[in-house]
Design a protein around this ligand. Structure first.
Ligand code: PLP
Length: 429
């Protein structure tokens, strides 16, 4: 144990503030000292080219210039806590212009908070308590959804579904109905079976959380049709897919409009901000118009809202998307060459500025069951090899998850990432 880890472990469980910050590949947490642009420095001063970018939250880069004004403006406005401002209204207006299903917005801090409050709304509006969700998708760590998402292979068909943490009551699992993604028959049968007790179809339209699985053509359309026919609410969890390929998120990218969605991660330009966005009729069920409670002392703090305005203005510029696209074209063409030449079987799938790495196969992965071929040990080794060479791939406990670049990366960074990835894979062969 390093000194800092020893101190950390004595003060914080596992030495971390978020359980997944413990880096299994390193056998210890990564402690940072500072970050700028596409780089961060650990507490020993070691520099890393960052391919996590705060899981997608710092899409504008670490410490983007626009945040300087945000902090200054916040200070001048008196920091303001627990009060809304014209800025809040302006950001909600801008989000409604950008997100296809957007007519009303409620801000939250984390993505987990957003899905929790959105699901309460869905239950109130549908009058049905059960949730149809997909294996492999992730919607946060709370009791309503940390169930049936990533079961181990021997729990795939468990009924009630697998609870992903100790402490989640068994009764909660009775309310969750997991379905395999991209399986139209399974979805159709499930909706038919549960048309009287399930009120929502919850989808992570691009399943970034198990290696970046895209919806098969027609699958989201089917979910839309089935929701309409059964009176269920179609809920896209776009916490991650928002602003990855276009400002409008996956609902724009794939042309299917949900009734409600959640957006987050990069929304606050690196400051904590997420939002529930949806049709007016649905969203106006929130108090004080309707009967669904959603309140909090720290809801929508001013710095996050100003960060949100800065972010939305940045992604409204065509240059933002031309940069993201040209970096992506370079990176993804390179990844194809690297995976073809890799001595160990590996598959990389991408959408917008993020991509997944799945070890153990070279074939397309289209659902969770297929993703179980992923070799966790190889992923851990890959994280060790790349970080040793100065490029940081975040370790999700060896899982196939997602990685990505930001506006602050340049072509030289992308070339370096490609070289390091190729060298690392060769070293693993
Ligand atoms: C699709 C999706 N939903 C919800 C969440 C939870 O968001 P947060 O980590 O901000 O609580 C995440 C986070 O990775 C996510 O990717």
């Amino acid at each position: 144990m390093t000194d800092l880890y020893q101190r950390g472990a004595a003060a914080l469980p596992g030495g971390v503030c978020s359980s997944t910050r413990f880096n299994e590949a390193w056998g210890k947490p990564v402690y940072a000292s500072r970050a700028k642009g596409a780089r961060f420095w650990d507490h020993t001063g070691r520099e890393f080219l960052d391919m996590s970018m705060s899981h997608g939250a710092t899409l504008l880069g670490h410490a983007p210039e626009c945040l300087r004004d945000v902090f200054q403006q916040t200070w001048e406005a008196g920091v303001l806590c627990s009060l809304d401002t014209e800025h809040h209204i302006r950001l909600a207006e801008r989000i409604c212009e950008i997100i296809p299903c957007g007519e009303r917005v409620r801000f939250t801090g984390s993505g987990s908070e957003a899905t929790l409050h959105a699901l309460r709304l869905c239950r109130a509006a549908s009058g049905r308590d059960k949730i149809i969700r997909f294996t492999g998708h992730f919607h946060g760590y709370h009791e309503l959804v940390f169930i049936g998402g990533h079961p181990p292979a021997d729990q795939l068909d468990a009924s009630p579904p697998f609870r992903e943490s100790a402490g989640i009551p068994a009764a909660m699992a009775e309310l969750i109905i997991p379905v395999e993604y991209n399986d139209p028959e399974a979805l159709e049968q499930t909706v038919t079976k549960h048309r009287d007790d399930a009120g929502v179809i919850l989808i992570e339209p691009v399943d970034f959380n198990c290696g970046c699985i895209l919806p098969e053509p027609g699958f989201l359309e089917l979910a839309r049709r089935l929701a309409d026919e059964s009176g269920m609410i179609l809920f896209f969890d776009e916490i991650q897919s928002f602003a990855k390929k276009s400002p409008g998120g996956a609902q724009f990218d794939f042309g299917v409009m949900p009734d409600i969605c959640t957006i987050g991660k990069s929304l606050g330009a690196g400051l904590p901000l997420s939002a529930i966005v949806g049709r007016a009729e649905l969203m106006d069920r929130y108090k004080p118009v309707g009967d669904v409670a959603h309140s909090g002392t720290f809801n929508a703090p001013l710095p996050s809202i100003l960060g949100g305005l800065a972010f939305v203005e940045t992604i409204s510029q065509p240059q933002f998307w031309s940069t993201i696209e040209s970096l992506g074209a370079r990176l993804f063409a390179g990844l194809e060459e690297i995976t073809a030449a890799s001595p160990v079987p590996v598959r990389m799938q991408h959408h917008g500025s993020r991509f997944g790495i799945i070890f153990g196969t070279r074939d397309p992965v289209t659902n969770y069951r297929q993703s179980l071929v992923h070799d966790r040990e190889q992923m851990l080794q890959f994280c060790r090899e790349t970080t040793e060479r100065g490029v940081y791939f975040h370790d999700y406990g060896g899982a196939a998850c997602h990685h990505g670049y930001s506006l602050a990366h340049d072509e030289a960074d992308i070339d370096r990432v490609l070289n390091v990835m190729a060298d690392s894979l060769r070293a693993m062969g």
